[in-house]
Design a protein around this ligand. Structure first.
Ligand SMILES: Cc1cc2nc3c(=O)[nH]c(=O)nc-3n(C[C@H](O)[C@H](O)[C@H](O)COP(=O)(O)OP(=O)(O)OC[C@H]3O[C@@H](n4cnc5c(N)ncnc54)[C@H](O)[C@@H]3O)c2cc1C
Length: 393
């Protein structure tokens, strides 16, 4: 028999778990603080481990035509463009791991997910509902909102991102920590970039001293996504903070002509920069009737492009754990015991990637890439994981 489940947050994680739980026959209500649903104007990469879940929800046909299937990850020197390491993707990724590696616009993925949730239950999503507190009883749990009536449920899932209110209920006031790194983001129509400078259809990580940039294509190659990650003393965390183009220009002076071309052709009033925060991974995710998912519990530096992928994996595994027999707290324990080590590894390795990408000195960097062998490592443990079939205890 299905449960009454409340999900706090309609980001990529909250919507995926809503769809997975509705598919499993639960009654699901999603409460989102924003008055409008949407995602920022930036790209997102989805590897096979996450695409398997999106495929199982029936979203692949909608997403694939809007995506790019990159041929590889290429790690290059920030100035000369020298190739440091290559991780083949394309058809090989799908043959090896059972689903494609796709790059898409965040808004397209978010839109596909919210349409799916609304198709499964047109009344599932409530907007303008900011959760403020949780009261957990023996038989049910109550979520309180700012200016709206409280709601009761059998289970609450906190998918409310890095500043999670639901997390505070379970783990207390452990605030996220500034990592010392900030991220620039902008998108540029590919047509503006001179043909001779365009990279192949790959995701390029340009590695420099205390700084790296990522360029990849979106929407069938029409758009170029730029993310630039720079070490800085301190900054306010906000996805919506526009910054002067001149500061972006200064951060990437002397970089490779392809990076320069992206920056020079960016709309000068559309350059965003925000602080990257994270936390030490927690092994505890749940209380008796409340659990966490996505950035609420394992916010990470984005340097393996796996934050949302982990939220999507969480969604599939939580839906499977809830289908197991036994008391609810035991099923939640299965979920967190299974998920915590893998997500902690992503958080740890993403931090290590930041150190690797920012080494600076050319010879040390070359050797570090050889030693690390990213292609072997990710193909061994990261991408083969199947959230729909993996043994969950
Ligand atoms: C530069 C950058 C690049 C990235 N690239 C990738 C990538 O290529 N691939 C990848 O897999 N990941 C990537 N990530 C990570 C990814 O963006 C996040 O991990 C993912 O968006 C987290 O999703 P979420 O649903 O857990 O949280 P969020 O997206 O933060 O969603 C939380 C939702 O909860 C709502 N909310 C918050 N508080 C409340 C409340 N009190 N009441 C009600 N609603 C509330 C918010 O409004 C929001 O809608 C990247 C991140 C960055 C910064």
């Amino acid at each position: 028999m299905g449960m009454d489940i409340v999900i706090v947050g309609a980001g990529l994680g909250g919507l995926t778990v809503a769809a997975a739980l509705l598919h499993s026959g639960h009654r699901v209500r999603v409460f989102e603080q924003s008055r409008r649903l949407g995602e920022v104007g930036a790209g997102i990469q989805m590897s096979a481990n996450a695409m398997k879940v999106l495929d199982s929800l029936g979203l692949r046909p909608a997403l694939e035509p809007l995506s790019v299937r990159p041929k590889a990850f290429e790690f290059r020197r920030y100035d000369t463009g020298e190739m440091l390491h290559r991780l083949p993707l394309g058809d090989l990724h799908e043959q090896r791991h059972g689903a494609p590696y796709l790059q898409m616009h965040r808004a397209d993925l978010h839109d596909a997910l919210q349409r799916l949730v609304r198709a499964l239950d047109p009344r599932a999503i409530t907007l303008g509902a900011r959760a403020t507190a949780i009261d957990e009883g023996v038989d049910d749990v109550t979520v309180h909102f700012d200016g709206l009536p409280s709601v009761h449920a059998s289970l609450v899932v906190g998918a409310d991102g890095i500043k999670s209110v639901v997390r505070r209920h379970i783990l207390g006031d452990d605030l996220p920590v500034f990592t010392g790194q900030v991220a620039w983001r902008c998108t540029v129509p590919t047509a503006r970039i001179p043909h001779a400078l365009r990279t192949d259809l790959v995701s390029t990580i340009w590695c420099g001293p205390h700084n790296h940039a990522v360029t990849y294509y979106l929407r069938g190659g029409e758009l170029l996504n730029f993310v630039g990650c720079v070490e800085r003393p301190w900054e306010e965390e906000s996805w919506a903070a526009r910054r002067p183009w001149s500061e972006l220009d200064t951060d990437y002076r002397g970089w490779h002509p392809m990076v320069r071309a992206v920056i020079e052709h960016a709309d000068s009033d559309q350059c965003y920069r925000w602080a990257l925060n994270n936390r030490a991974p927690s092994m505890r995710w749940s209380s008796s009737r409340v659990t966490l998912l996505g950035d609420a519990v394992h916010a990470t530096l984005p340097y393996m492009a796996q934050g949302a992928a982990m939220a999507i994996e969480d969604a599939a595994v939580l839906a499977r754990a809830l289908a197991l027999p036994g008391p609810l707290d035991a099923r939640l324990a299965r979920y967190e015991i299974h998920r915590a080590p893998r997500t902690a590894r992503v958080v740890r390795e993403s931090t290590e990637m930041g150190e690797l990408y920012h080494i600076g000195d050319a010879q040390t960097m070359r050797q570090a890439f050889v030693d690390r062998d990213i292609a072997r490592s990710r193909n061994e443990w990261l991408y083969p994981y199947d959230p729909l079939r993996v043994e969950i205890g």
